[in-house]
Design a protein around this ligand. Structure first.
Ligand SMILES: C[S@@+](CC[C@H](N)C(=O)[O-])C[C@H]1O[C@@H](n2cnc3c(N)ncnc32)[C@H](O)[C@@H]1O
Length: 263
């Protein structure tokens, strides 16, 4: 239930970001009018752009957006003005939007952007497979498999295992699908699907590297569907108050934590 309320349109960062820019726009218009009526002066464009950036960042803090978003809000009016000044053709915006959507469609809907597991994590996952009851044969699923690097690495490492990926960002899916198609071992498969539609029953090892937002729901799904003794691993994120069996802290620069739960 808590998860559901977190995911309403109104609480999504993108919505609050837009609201802050619209509010800032209104404040800029009001400031412009006040200055022009009070002092009989028109403000120069660079002052208006600075005001837009300033008001948008203050409103972002008011809307509880993090400092990363504040930086985006500060930059957005300047980038927009720069683009208008340079008269960039409109198809470039469309292309940028399409490209961003193709990789980051889940950033707004699921609050899960694309970032990738690193090599240290791949090695650790390989060791966890080695520790499993049958290291030579089994099934592994990467929920939100990105561009397929984890699957590709593990596919080569463990030829007897089957590695499945699930991804719904179009371009990430296409890249990982091509990688899987040309993988020498033919043990990597990627589906264009939503993770919530995938049945985890019968999977030996489930891996997810998502964000805090879907974790409570995902763990509940895993508990509900995975068979006894199978392993659920989450990179970096674990729902508050839920227990896990082990937390592996890796020796990479970001001190990746792998939360492991045996069902
Ligand atoms: C942080 S990336 C991790 C990529 C990959 N698992 C790795 O470790 O390198 C998370 C991925 O999950 C995907 N994703 C998020 N929510 C999803 C959903 N509901 N269905 C399918 N894919 C999803 C995103 O598009 C993104 O590519």
């Amino acid at each position: 239930m808590a998860e559901k309320s977190q995911n309403t349109v109104i609480t999504r960062p993108f919505f609050r970001l837009m609201l802050a820019q619209i509010g800032a726009g209104m404040l800029v218009v009001a400031t412009e009018m006040a200055v022009s009526m009070g002092l009989g002066l028109g403000l120069e464009v660079w002052i208006l752009v600075s005001c837009q950036a300033f008001f948008a960042s203050i409103l972002s803090l008011f809307f509880a957006l993090g400092w990363g978003w504040v930086v985006v809000q500060l930059a957005l009016p300047w980038v927009t003005w720069g683009a208008l000044y340079l008269e960039i053709p409109s198809w470039v915006y469309l292309a940028c939007f399409a490209l961003t959507y193709a990789f980051y469609r889940n950033a707004t809907s699921e609050r899960v952007p694309l970032y990738l597991s690193n090599r240290t994590t791949w090695l650790a996952l390989g060791e966890l497979i080695e520790r499993s009851p049958n290291p030579e044969r089994g099934t592994f699923i990467d929920l939100g498999s990105g561009v397929g690097g984890t699957l590709d690495y593990l596919g080569k490492l463990k030829p007897g295992w089957q590695f499945n990926g699930v991804e719904s960002a179009p371009l990430s899916f296409v890249i990982s699908w091509i990688r899987a198609k040309f993988s020498k071992n033919h043990n990597v498969f990627v589906n264009f699907a939503d993770i919530w539609t995938v049945d985890l029953g019968g999977v030996d090892m489930v891996y997810a590297f998502l964000s805090p937002a879907p974790m409570e729901r995902l763990l509940a799904k895993a508990k509900n569907e995975m068979h006894q003794g199978r392993v659920f691993i989450s990179n970096s994120f674990w729902p508050d108050g839920e227990d896990f069996d082990e937390c592996l802290e890796l020796s990479d620069s970001r001190k990746t934590k792998l939360y492991i739960k045996k069902m």
